[in-house]
Design a protein around this ligand. Structure first.
Ligand SMILES: *[C@@H]1O[C@H](CO)[C@@H](O)[C@H](O)[C@H]1NC(C)=O
Ligand SMILES: *[C@@H]1O[C@H](CO)[C@@H](O)[C@H](O)[C@H]1NC(C)=O
Ligand SMILES: *[C@H]1O[C@@H](CO)[C@H](O)[C@@H](O)[C@@H]1NC(C)=O
Length: 572
């Protein structure tokens, strides 16, 4: 057993934690240009915050989509010349296991009048006969956003290295009803029973976020539908829309065109205004060309998120090899632009996650793909460790700067839970004002990850249980406010509500993936996910510590804990 039960440990108590949000962080837009850094080759790539098992290009900025064909292909938005946004091409890496990646030459780069000013996001679709096609946004010579297609040059090349852009592009140009500066990121296409392909493109009308719908028989001639697939007032530009079916009461994924049987649909949009990814669960009516979120599935910035942390511009794809739908998201840096330039890289992809519909049919569940477990090395375990108020213990025996930890907390004494005003559901604020050092009734309890030996640096992953007149509410948080002694880092508290019946279950599970500067957590079996980027100065490499703590009145028991040191795959 690698756990030293330092049960005498006392948690430094901090009653008032104040959070200042630096104004200049809040205003970043996806396509903001930093001319001074755009073309700024990295002298050297690396540093103590370089991740080990998260997808990264050899260097520089990423943020991108992906798709599949025999092998796994990940295409991503990439600046070949610098660690900030600019000069964007479709970089290309391939893998047979979603863990080890081999880089190839960029698949698509600006070259023609229809994309000379940019090759932005898009999606891949597999046409009948196993023929892949990419639909992507080009910025044309008039600076309009248009939708183009590209085909593999040689279908016999297992890696589909070269892509050809037909001269008849663009296949979709903005008409008078569409804002040509806000018209991008086509979805994977889906086919309906009448033999038409459909594709949705992100846009806005004034401040109404919208996905414009097109249909085609041959993938070349596209006709705009009379009305959008869906839209919502006051949400601003919808980027990187994703639209796909999910099975009822089954974990397996469905092909994007599947509609028969018991399915619901998911529409995800990336809100440019908040820079987070939101989704609704609802019903798709192909004949009416409409998607309608279920009642209770909210389609604005108060709605469900894939991840309540640093996670944007995600995409899913259907993996027929294992019958699952896989989600990739992009997690940007939270340090300064000049640090990115110094590091020589910026941005990672989160671990690919299987997604499926929860039993209740109201939300999704996400879990790291099973292939990740091939990286698990040395393991330590603990059982039935009781954590009374103010106690903690350290998980020893493995290198915890690169770790996968799975654990279960048994929670008793629910009558001690603090009261919560029934109307208050802003989880992020709850996490911000009730940090891990603010004593509670039931919780805060959880993990301190990437902690320095003296605990001056530590990032908290924790839970807190409240009660309203009718039920208990479980809050899940990431608190990076003490993650580093360095200045100039964005340290937002993140939080989401966790949809588990704590009274019935009596326990909460947590899985956290720790990778140098990435902390990626899955609460309640993947019902609520949070990803943070942190930059410790002392808690790096062998000096990083991992601890479990309880700062609530009620005793909790870590009934089961397993932690693995994670290996480093071949990463580009
Ligand atoms: C297509 O790819 C295959 C497999 O890599 C290769 O043998 C063949 O020469 C390629 N054909 C052309 C026209 O490049
Ligand atoms: C079109 O979108 C651009 C970019 O967001 C915005 O600046 C502009 O005001 C929009 N035009 C109209 C007519 O809404
Ligand atoms: C990631 O970086 C932080 C700090 O610069 C910004 O505040 C976020 O808006 C940004 N996120 C995205 C998705 O761009």
């Amino acid at each position: 057993m690698g756990v030293s039960e330092v049960l005498g440990g006392r948690v430094p108590l901090l009653l008032f934690v104040l959070f200042a949000r630096a104004g200049d962080w809040a205003s970043e837009a996806s396509h903001r240009v930093f001319p001074e850094y755009q073309d700024h080759p990295a002298a050297r790539v690396g540093g103590r915050h370089r991740t080990g098992f998260h997808f990264q290009p050899p260097m520089h900025w990423i943020n991108g989509p992906m798709y599949y064909k025999g092998v796994y292909h990940l295409f991503y938005q990439y600046n070949p010349k610098g660690a900030v946004w600019g000069n964007i091409v479709w970089a290309h890496s391939v893998s047979t296991d979603l863990v080890n990646w081999t880089p190839l030459e960029p698949a698509i780069f600006p070259s023609e009048p229809f994309d000379v000013n940019g090759c932005w996001s898009g999606s891949a679709t597999i046409l009948p006969g196993d023929k892949p096609v990419i639909l992507y946004t080009g910025v044309d010579s008039l600076n309009r956003q248009v939708q183009n297609i590209a085909f593999p040059k040689n279908l016999s090349d297992p890696f589909l290295r070269e892509w050809v852009k037909p001269g008849y592009n663009p296949v979709i140009a903005p008409d008078a009803g569409v804002n040509a500066s806000a018209f991008r990121d086509p979805t994977t296409a889906w086919m309906t029973g009448d033999g038409h392909w459909h594709v949705a493109v992100g846009s806005k009308r004034g401040q109404r976020g919208t996905v414009v719908l097109y249909r085609s028989r041959d993938f070349i001639d596209w006709v705009k539908a009379k009305h959008p697939l869906h839209s919502a007032a006051g949400t601003g530009m919808w980027e990187c829309p994703d639209f796909y079916p999910v099975a009822l009461r089954r974990k397996n994924g469905l092909d994007t065109s599947a509609s028969a049987g018991s399915v619901k649909h998911v529409l995800k949009v990336s809100l440019d205004v908040t820079r987070y990814d939101y989704y609704t669960v609802g019903k798709y009516y192909p004949a009416a060309a409409r998607y309608v979120p279920d009642s209770g599935s909210v389609d604005d910035r108060t709605g469900l998120r894939y991840d309540y942390g640093n996670f944007y511009a995600s995409k899913t794809f259907f993996d027929p090899a294992k019958n699952r739908r896989i989600l990739w998201g992009w997690s940007n840096e939270s340090d300064s632009r000049s640090s990115d330039v110094a590091k020589g890289w910026a941005g990672v992809q989160t671990i690919p996650r299987s997604v499926w519909l929860d039993d209740g049919g109201e939300q999704l569940v996400q879990w790291p793909v099973e292939e990740l477990e091939t990286l698990r090395g040395k393991e330590v375990r603990a059982h039935n460790v009781v954590l009374r108020k103010g106690r903690y213990f350290e998980i020893n025996g493995i290198r915890t700067s690169q770790t996968d930890v799975e654990m279960t907390f048994e929670v008793r004494g629910l009558e001690k839970a603090e009261r919560l005003d029934a109307g208050w559901t802003d989880a992020e604020s709850l996490c911000r004002w009730n940090g891990p050092d603010v004593r509670g009734g039931v919780g805060p309890f959880g993990l301190w990850v990437l902690a320095s030996g003296d605990l001056r640096e530590r990032t908290a992953v924790f839970f807190r249980v409240f009660r309203t007149p009718h039920k208990h509410v479980v809050l899940m948080c990431h608190d990076p406010t003490r993650s580093t002694t360095a200045a100039g880092v964005w340290k937002p508290s993140f939080g989401g509500l966790l949809n588990v019946d704590i009274k019935k279950d009596g326990k909460i599970s947590l899985r956290t993936l720790i990778d140098a500067s990435v902390v990626e957590s899955f609460g309640g079996g993947g019902r609520t996910c949070i990803t943070s980027r942190v930059y410790p100065v002392h808690a790096v490499g062998d000096n990083a510590h991992l601890l479990a703590f309880n700062n609530g009145e009620a005793t909790v028991k870590v009934s089961q804990l397993r932690a693995w040191q994670m290996g480093s795959p071949a990463m580009n």
